[in-house]
Design a protein around this ligand. Sequence first.
Ligand SMILES: Nc1ncnc2c1ncn2[C@@H]1O[C@H](COP(=O)(O)OP(=O)(O)OP(=O)(O)O)[C@@H](O)[C@H]1O
Length: 313
Amino acid sequence: MIEARGLTKRYGQKLAVDDLSFTVKPGHVTGFLGPNGAGKSTTMRMVLGLDNPTAGDVRINGKRYHELKNPLRTVGALLDAKWVHPNRTARAHLRWMARSNGIGMKRVDEVLEQVGLADVARRKAGGFSLGMSQRLGIATALLGDPEVLLFDEPVNGLDPEGIHWIRRFMQGLAAEGRTVFVSSHLLSEMSLTAEELVVVGRGKLIAQCSTAEFVDSAGSSSVLVRTPEAPQLKRLLADEQITVRTAADDRLVLDGVTTERIGEIAAQHRIVLHELTAQRGSLEDAFMQLTSDAVEYPTALGEAELTAQGVAR
Ligand SMILES: Nc1ncnc2c1ncn2[C@@H]1O[C@H](COP(=O)(O)OP(=O)(O)OP(=O)(O)O)[C@@H](O)[C@H]1O
């Protein structure tokens, strides 16, 4: 369990984390969601005692990081997969970490096996792909068999197979009853990975709820229509003051209207429909609505919108 209360971090004039309170419970993956610069990494560093809060505090299983007797046995983290010494083999890196934390060498082989690196354990980490480095970072986090795990943007730059592996792996760790807290600005990815969310924007808490509740709370839903007579239907909808959000070739996406209403209008005017589907608001829609005034770098959301197409809908 991770509990942050009034957590605040100021860098000079910059308030990176602003009075943040949230709880991350064991048993499911909790996504830490927010655009670039929202304060996610700073918060994770404070959880791990790498940065001191300006105010407030954060506890892991009731204790501040510095109060933990065997930190690696309580909390494991993947912050930056590339910090491993490039000339060390994966095995040597893990053995060194294990030795300096009083962890038995047997555990090194166990975690190498667990993350699928056993076959490359004697290769130098400097030659690893990003995906392999992420796996080594995860193996390092797992060394002490900790109950609490933190992953900062673990899927950044990975190919679909790597993303899928990490997603399943994190869900497996949560299913074992661990507390899994994972940050991302990739909203579609979070909708597939996390059951619970802590959402931040400009250092402030925007929401803490289940992923499903977050999507529902934004209440944005739309209707997708496919018709070979899109221009005619579009004209009719304009007469009825129905908002067309997007129109491309034979597809229209409509806001604030039911499928029944569109079906009736189409039938009245003998317009052929190939598809009429109610679309539940995506995580992206919810995020855009709830964070619209909390975005530090709008380009991050541009990317999120691109990711949304075809993934979360
Ligand atoms: N050491 C520092 N000194 C000054 N400002 C900092 C420092 N670390 C972070 N910041 C600022 O604090 C804010 C939050 O940064 P942080 O890296 O925590 O955000 P983030 O949500 O993790 O975003 P990203 O995904 O881009 O890393 C940003 O405006 C950042 O520029």
